[in-house]
Design a protein around this ligand. Structure first.
Ligand code: SD4
Length: 301
């Protein structure tokens, strides 16, 4: 693969997602195929409370999944509030490639997935159900910042939404996002991850951005689009992510003290940057460079 090819992913499990994605890039595959492979890894291999199977359910005990995929040429697809389908990112890609639409939700998204041959299966694990029953005792919705994550690598609680961005050997960009959303959300709540421009945005002319954290803030600020547009105006990926965080804070200074928002971006030259509202956001980078290929980086905050 061309030495400029590069993959970045959110959080510590991004290391493994990048490896799955890199196998595609190493064979000369496209950024689009690579990000789908990385997201599929997270949806199936990874058992954590915020992505795919093993995700925590909503406050009614229902596990609903959100995902999106976007190609640098502007094509995109997404699914939201999808139940009982293990690979929302691949359903999102089918929405992009086989429908005239961008976003399918709920029952309609599931119907489409089944028509496309995706099996229906129970994804809620006994552990997630147990965690939900435990939560019901207080039933308080309070997303945690998880600033302690970097001190406990590999910790089971140590995971969140996967956002993955790739630049392939042909200089093309693509991105994907997959999540079970905020634990204990209201039934029907949709986060930023399946909203193009909020949790994910990709433009071959400029770069790509993805987000993790409390999705309402990303939607409010069209945040991933904002990051890409700031790069278009000449900001580096790191500067663009920092300015987008500033925007989040300016809009809701009070709320910003207690919720986490994280941005990760890459430009078309392969420069990577990130910024988070609070400490604790790490991202993984993989490229063809010498030395350790898989490095975790802590974002400034
Ligand atoms: C959401 N952004 O649904 C996702 C959740 C997340 O870290 O990223 N958590 O709002």
């Amino acid at each position: 693969a061309n030495s400029s090819a590069r993959i970045v992913s959110t959080w510590d499990f991004g290391v493994s997602a990048n490896q799955a994605a890199w196998q595609v890039i190493a064979k000369g595959g496209s950024a689009l195929d690579a990000v789908e492979a990385g997201a599929r890894w997270a949806e199936s291999e990874l058992c954590n409370p915020t992505v795919g199977r093993c995700g925590n359910p909503d406050r009614d005990g229902v596990l609903t999944l959100d995902a999106s995929i976007m190609d640098g040429d502007g094509r995109c697809g997404a699914v939201a509030a999808l139940q009982d389908i293990a690979h929302p990112v691949s359903v999102a890609r089918r929405v992009m490639e086989r429908t005239p639409h961008v976003l399918l939700v709920g029952e309609g998204a599931q119907q489409f997935a089944v028509q496309q041959g995706f099996p229906r299966e129970e994804l809620l694990t006994p552990e997630a159900e147990k965690a939900w029953r435990e939560w019901l005792k207080t039933a308080q919705y309070q997303p945690r910042i998880n600033a302690e994550r970097t001190k406990v690598p590999g910790n089971k609680e140590n995971h969140d939404t996967l956002g993955i961005l790739a630049l392939d050997a042909g200089g093309r960009l693509a991105g994907a996002c997959t999540t079970s959303g905020m634990a204990w959300k209201m039934h029907g709540r949709v986060g930023d991850s399946p909203i193009i421009g909020a949790g994910l945005y990709v433009d071959n002319e400029v770069g790509a951005a993805t987000a993790s954290g409390v999705g309402e803030e990303m939607i409010r600020n069209a945040a991933s689009f904002l990051v890409v547009e700031l790069m278009r105006q000449g900001r580096s990926p790191a500067e663009a992510c920092r300015e987008a965080i500033d925007r989040v804070v300016r809009k809701r200074p009070e709320a910003s003290r207690t919720l986490q928002v994280c941005f990760l971006a890459i430009n078309k030259n392969g420069d990577v940057g990130a910024h988070a509202l609070h400490k604790g956001f790490v991202y993984a980078m993989h490229d063809a460079g010498a030395g350790p290929h898989d490095k975790l980086h802590e974002a400034a905050s």
